[in-house]
Design a protein around this ligand. Structure first.
Ligand SMILES: [Zn+2]
Ligand SMILES: [Zn+2]
Ligand SMILES: [Zn+2]
Ligand SMILES: [Zn+2]
Length: 267
C-alpha cells in the first residue's frame, strides 16, 4: 500500500536541539538542502554531499508542517527531548509523492495486477492495499498458487509449501494435521498438541496439570526418541540417510540420546 512522502527543497535554516534544557546550545545550519518527510515521521535534511543527512530525526512522535503564502515552508519534528526545525528562507520547492516499501519482486497481485514485493517480512502490492505477513523464516517460491499469489516454503518439522495468504492455505492447520498428537510428553506421557500463542509450539494435552512445552522443530523430523519427543536432524548434517549419529532428540538435554540405555526413572 502506498503512503505519502513529502519533499521540500530550497535555502533553509535547520535547527536541532537534543534537550529542552536552556543550557544546551542548538545546532544551527544554513544552506540549500533537500528535506524528506516520511510517513513514519522520519525527517531527513540532505545537503550537497554524502549519503548521510546533515540533520535528522527518526520516527518523530509529531511532525508539524506549515506552508506560507510566499511559497516558503516551516517544518518541526519532535521526539521526546529532541527537536528538529527546518525553515525556508524565501521560495522553496514542495512535492508530495506516493511511496511503498521497496523489496524483492515476488509476483503479481491477483486483485489488481500490480507488482508484489517482499520487504520487512511482508508481501505488499505496489498498487493496492493487499498485504500478506510472512513467517520470519519463510522462503518465497517461484510457484504460483491457484489464487494467483506466490507460494512459500516453511520448515516446521517438515517442509510445508503453502500459499502466502493464510486465508487460502493455513500453516497452522497444515502443521496440526501432520503433527498434532504425533508425539508424547516426556513428563506425563500425554499427547503433545500443536498450539499457537505468538508462534506455533508443542504443548502437553494435560495442561495445566502438566506444563511441558517444546518449540516446534525448525528442521526435518526423522523419527521419535524413546522419551516420546521427535528426533530431528543434527545441525551439521551433510545429508544422506540419517542414522542416530546425525540426529538428536528435540530436547537438547534429553538423557536418552544416541540410542543409549534409558536411565531408570524413579518409581
Ligand atoms: Zn494489488
Ligand atoms: Zn492461494
Ligand atoms: Zn505432560
Ligand atoms: Zn529424547
Amino acid at each position: 500500500m502506498s503512503e505519502t512522502v513529502h519533499v521540500y527543497a530550497g535555502e533553509c535554516t535547520t535547527t536541532y536541539t537534543a534537550s529542552d534544557d536552556a543550557g544546551d546550545e542548538p545546532t544551527r545550519r544554513r544552506g540549500r538542502v533537500v528535506v524528506v518527510h516520511k510517513p513514519d515521521g522520519t525527517v531527513l535534511v540532505h545537503d550537497a554531499a554524502g549519503y548521510q543527512p546533515v540533520a535528522w530525526l527518526t520516527r518523530a512522535n509529531a511532525v508539524h508542517r506549515e506552508v506560507d503564502g510566499d511559497g516558503g515552508f516551516a517544518l518541526v519534528a519532535v521526539k521526546e527531548r529532541e527537536r528538529l526545525r527546518v525553515e525556508s528562507r524565501g521560495q522553496a520547492h514542495r512535492g508530495s509523492h506516493a511511496a511503498t516499501p521497496a523489496g524483492v519482486e515476488v509476483g503479481t497481485c491477483p486483485d489488481c495486477d500490480g507488482t508484489l514485493v517482499r520487504a520487512r517480512g511482508t508481501i505488499t502490492c505496489l498498487d493496492c492495499p493487499a498485504e500478506y505477513g510472512l513467517p520470519r523464516d519463510a522462503a518465497t517460491l517461484d510457484e504460483t498458487c491457484d489464487c494467483g499469489l506466490p507460494r512459500m516454503a516453511v520448515d516446521r518439522g517438515a517442509r510445508f509449501e503453502l500459499c502466502v495468504d493464510r486465508n487460502c492455505e493455513d500453516l497452522d492447520a497444515a502443521v496440526r494435521d501432520r503433527f498434532d498428537r504425533q508425539w508424547s510428553c516426556p513428563d506425563c506421557g500425554g499427547d503433545l498438541r500443536v498450539l499457537r500463542e505468538r508462534t506455533l509450539f508443542l504443548g502437553c494435552e494435560n495442561y495445566p496439570d502438566c506444563e511441558a512445552t517444546y518449540a516446534l522443530p525448525d528442521r526435518e523430523v526423522v523419527g521419535a526418541c524413546d522419551c516420546g519427543l521427535p528426533r530431528v536432524r543434527a545441525e551439521d548434517d551433510g545429508g544422506g540417510s540419517p542414522g542416530d549419529a546425525d540426529t538428536r532428540c528435540l530436547d537438547p538435554d534429553c538423557r536418552q540420546t544416541d540410542g543409549g540405555e534409558a536411565e531408570e526413572a524413579p518409581s
